[in-house]
Design a protein around this ligand. Structure first.
Ligand SMILES: [Zn+2]
Length: 327
């Protein structure tokens, strides 16, 4: 490990890529100098302690220090900021990534880098390629192997299920935060959908148990992309959107989106079912309570994107060719 000298930091890394997160930039530098990212961050801000969980949204002084270390202009680096917001994964939650983007980065000789669009909590497919996002491998920063691009052959119906899940998540994002109308082919409203997402993702029983997402029934090939959590959870006392925003694994988020989409669809083709026809009564009860008029959940995290942030989201349009079934 190379000891980082606080007073004269210069990170000899490639400049930030076009839509790279600042945490990704710091992680690349940390990998180069073989030190933990938190240590590099502490050294950079040794006379002005900055918590590492603010790496995506640093103060102006910190941003200036980062820019000097990377050798770019502070205003240019500023465009990479990603302040915390209800439509993003919670700060420091692990990363999702697109295997195809990664392959292309490697072919170009670029470093592996995390796109800001992959941090959107309701987005489960790559805006550039349309393929399902995956959980980032543990040793990403020093990863030299190829990602598992051996995509399993999916049947037409399996692809329809993935399409349903991805388009439902994007529709919900636009309705919750962009103020777009709730589609007529869905019942309920965006707040109920969000309450349902949380309720099926956490243990709603009174004893230690698995959440409903564990019960989705997938065929063999689809199981790679959609599954519940591995471990039992303590009972959930309160439904919280912030807790949902900590679910990094897109496969687990897909399971909750699938159940929620299915519950709210006015017409339910049997072949798109997650494996049952009706929610357990205790889950329905919790959802009704959580989404009632006076519930804090109705208000929490329902902030609309300010026009600037919304335009920012639209900078990464969904360029894939498949149709948006929930439009
Ligand atoms: Zn991609």
């Amino acid at each position: 490990m190379i000891e980082v000298v606080p007073s004269c930091q210069r990170w000899w890394i490639q400049p930030p890529m076009p839509d790279e997160t600042l945490r990704s930039v710091v992680n690349r530098a940390a990998a180069l100098y073989e030190c933990p990212p938190t240590r590099l961050w502490e050294c950079l801000n040794w006379d002005d302690p900055q918590p590492y969980d603010e790496v995506e949204s640093p103060s102006f002084d910190t941003l200036r220090r980062m820019a000097a270390a990377i050798g770019v202009r502070a205003p240019d680096l500023s465009t990479h900021r990603l302040p915390d917001a209800p439509w993003l994964l919670a700060p420091l939650t692990d990363e999702a990534y697109c295997p195809m983007c990664c392959i292309e980065d490697q072919r170009r000789g670029d470093p592996l880098w995390i796109r800001r669009s992959w941090r959107r909590v309701l987005l489960t497919r790559c805006p550039a390629h349309g393929c399902p996002l995956d959980l980032r491998p543990e040793r990403w920063a020093t990863w030299s192997g190829s990602p598992a691009l051996h995509l399993p052959d999916l049947t037409e119906n399996e692809q329809r299920i993935l399409e349903l899940i991805a388009s439902f998540g994007e529709t919900l994002e636009r309705s919750l935060y962009g103020g777009e109308p709730w589609p007529e082919n869905l019942t309920g409203n965006p707040q109920i959908a969000r309450g349902l997402l949380i309720a099926v993702s956490f243990n709603m029983n009174r004893i230690r148990d698995l959440p409903l997402t564990k019960c989705v029934q997938t065929s063999g090939n689809l199981a790679r992309y959609i599954h519940g959590p591995l471990h039992r959870q303590e009972p959930t006392k309160k439904l919280r959107w912030d807790a949902y925003r900590k679910i990094a694994d897109p496969a687990i988020r897909r399971a909750s989106l699938w159940i929620t989409a299915w519950e709210l669809m006015r017409e339910r083709p049997y072949d798109l079912s997650p494996g049952w026809s009706k929610l357990p009564p205790h889950v329905e009860h919790m959802i009704r309570r959580a989404t009632s008029e006076n519930s804090p959940l109705r208000r929490a995290g329902s902030a609309r994107l300010d026009p600037l942030s919304w335009r920012e989201l639209q900078r990464h349009p969904l360029t894939m060719t498949h149709s948006n079934t929930l439009k």
